[in-house]
Design a protein around this ligand. Structure first.
Ligand code: PLP
Ligand code: COI
Length: 355
């Protein structure tokens, strides 16, 4: 499909100090916009200057949350190549989210073509410094001006780009996480496995409470018994107990993270015992009391590998590995970021070059 290009009258200044990028504040010169209209399908993709989108105040996405998103990054290698990490997985997951929210399927090759074209235009925005990357946010939302509750007939698919540093201000220093015992984020049969705004809206109150207590993120428990561990606000969670790597299994209420999947594959390739199963917070606390909780870490595109230093569950505060990054977390971080930035050989064929 031909992608229209509309030139920006003026380009922005690029950030000079990449150590101060933060996450998600800065946007590049261009964005991609592609409408869907019933009868026409997805059509007329356009790369146009980054700017506001005009919407009807009655747009369905604003009222009933029929919206989904993805998140991935473009990395600049030492030899100045730009590469993506498993982007096919993101567009596959986008369609899983579309399906759950009754949004029409988007051809994954077309979505990839749109992204590649946008990245060719915006290549110079991919940061040069260690740990910084160009965060890519593709998303879809219903724009029908209608107040009844039904799936839309008109959508926009948009990709915006944001040069970003670490998601957590603490970088690779361990984060402190609060186990939420009152609220739940998602339930089986709900939308937890989809990357949709409603899941994040449901999580805000827990995050707010965590912040008030000086914890940076929430660890969610299952929505039925509030016993089994699910995931963190923006990452999946792993425990190393007595040498075994354990992560909650996918049962429909948590996001099937691409960093999670890659971490499992890496750990298995190193001969570690990796188990995807249900795990209760009691089991984690018990392992801690018995001195068997070796490591806890989160995985996510924005967060990469994030060691957990403290875990607070009601009145119990667990300090993990003396608040230091553990050996498996460190090896995963080094290998994952090594592959992403082209420092480590990509034996899994995970990276895709932007040419
Ligand atoms: N869980 C949630 C709720 C997330 O928002 C994210 C981030 O995308 C993840 C997990 C990790 O997923 P991925 O590794 O695909 O980025
Ligand atoms: C990501 O890691 O891509 C995310 O989507 C996290 C986001 C909610 C900030």
């Amino acid at each position: 499909m031909e992608i229209k290009f509309t030139k920006a009258p003026q380009l922005k200044e690029k950030p000079v100090d990449e150590s101060k990028l933060g996450f998600g504040h800065i946007f590049t010169d261009y964005m991609l916009v592609m409408p869907y209209d019933e009868g026409l399908g997805w059509h007329d993709p356009e790369i146009r200057p980054y700017g506001n989108i005009e919407l009807s105040p009655a747009s369905m996405c604003l009222h009933y949350g029929q919206t989904v998103f993805e998140g991935l990054k473009a990395y600049r290698t030492a030899d100045d190549k730009i590469q993506l990490f498993r982007p096919d997985e993101n567009f596959k997951r986008l369609n899983v989210s579309h399906e759950r929210l009754v949004i029409p399927h988007l051809d994954e090759n077309l979505a990839m073509e749109c992204l590649m074209e946008l990245l060719k235009v915006e290549k110079d925005w991919v940061p040069h410094s260690e740990g910084a990357a160009l965060y890519i946010r593709p998303y879809t939302f219903a724009v029908d001006p209608f107040l009844g509750v039904k799936p839309g007939e008109h959508y926009l698919f948009v990709i915006i780009l944001s040069p970003s540093g670490a998601y957590y201000a603490s970088g690779l220093d361990p984060v402190n996480i609060y186990v939420e015992s009152k609220y739940v984020r998602a339930v089986r049969g709900g939308m937890g496995f989809a990357k949709t705004g409603g899941n994040y809206a449901a999580s805000l109150i827990g995050q707010d409470e965590a912040h008030k207590q000086n914890y940076s993120q929430v660890l969610w428990l299952d929505g039925v018994e509030q016993k089994y561990i699910e995931e963190v606000g923006a990452m999946n969670i792993f425990f190393v107990i007595d040498g075994e790597v354990i992560t909650p299994m996918l049962q429909g209420s948590i996001l099937p993270g691409i960093t999670r999947k890659s971490s499992i594959e890496l750990c298995k390739s190193w001969g570690l015992k990796v188990t995807e199963r249900r795990i209760t917070i009691e089991e984690v606390a018990e392992a801690y009391d018995n001195g068997k909780l070796d490591e806890v870490f989160g995985t996510g595109t924005a967060a990469v590998i994030s060691p957990v230093g403290h875990l607070k569950w009601n009145d119990k505060i667990m300090e993990i590995n003396n608040n230091k990054i553990g050996a498996i977390s460190q090896k995963l971080y080094d290998t994952m970021t090594g592959i992403q930035w082209g420092r480590v050989e990509d034996t899994f064929n995970w990276t895709v070059e932007v040419k």
